[in-house]
Design a protein around this ligand. Structure first.
Ligand SMILES: Cc1cc2nc3c(=O)[nH]c(=O)nc-3n(C[C@H](O)[C@H](O)[C@H](O)COP(=O)(O)OP(=O)(O)OC[C@H]3O[C@@H](n4cnc5c(N)ncnc54)[C@H](O)[C@@H]3O)c2cc1C
Length: 152
């Protein structure tokens, strides 16, 4: 197995091909990681969420780390790590165009909203109407490592 650093261009290709990431945020020196879907439009990642722990934490500390992987098996994989900054598009007239733009990128994938919109609810509890959160991750740094069995 060969291990090598990826070029910025190769990292961007992985981000563009992918749509599932691990998003890490931190509050009070404690990390929190969840899988999310994203849409990539250079140089940013766009996402969607319902309010909850990660949004609370991101509002407190907008610095994030995001990992996207392409894993064929133990010996053939690519992994890209992004350092970025979270910015929310509030649900008001001022941010209307940004929300629409994020929506238009995300909706290119079918059922894009489903995992982000679902929350476990106790039996018998009816769903409350809560405004979704659209956001952008401004990419501030990116690194990638790649392994290949035959040096591909
Ligand atoms: C393939 C995939 C795609 C997803 N895409 C999105 C997306 O685009 N947007 C989005 O908002 N969410 C997405 N999710 C769901 C996401 O991973 C979170 O579960 C969800 O957003 C709730 O996070 P929260 O911080 O609001 O949790 P809350 O509902 O506030 O709950 C917080 C508590 O639940 C636990 N918890 C929350 N989520 C998880 C989890 N995934 N695994 C284990 N424990 C958990 C936390 O540890 C914490 O104790 C996706 C999940 C998967 C598997």
């Amino acid at each position: 197995m060969i291990l090598k650093e990826m070029t910025s261009e190769d990292c961007v290709d992985v981000l563009a091909r992918g749509h599932i990431a691990h998003l890490a945020c931190a509050r009070d020196h404690r990390p929190y990681v969840v899988p999310i879907q994203y849409a990539f439009e250079s140089p940013s990642l766009y996402g969607f969420s319902m309010p909850g722990q990660k949004i609370d934490w991101l509002r407190t500390n907008p610095l994030v780390c995001i990992q996207v992987g392409e894993i064929e098996n133990n010996e053939v994989w690519r992994s890209v790590v992004v350092e970025g900054r979270y910015e929310e598009f509030p649900d008001n007239e001022q941010w209307h165009d940004e929300r629409l733009h994020a929506w238009s990128l995300l909706e290119k994938r079918s059922n894009w909203w489903e995992p982000g919109a679902m929350k476990p609810s106790p039996a018998g509890e009816t769903g409350k109407t809560v405004a979704p959160v659209f956001f952008v991750i401004h990419i501030e740094g990116v690194t990638g490592r790649q392994s290949a069995a035959g040096g591909n």
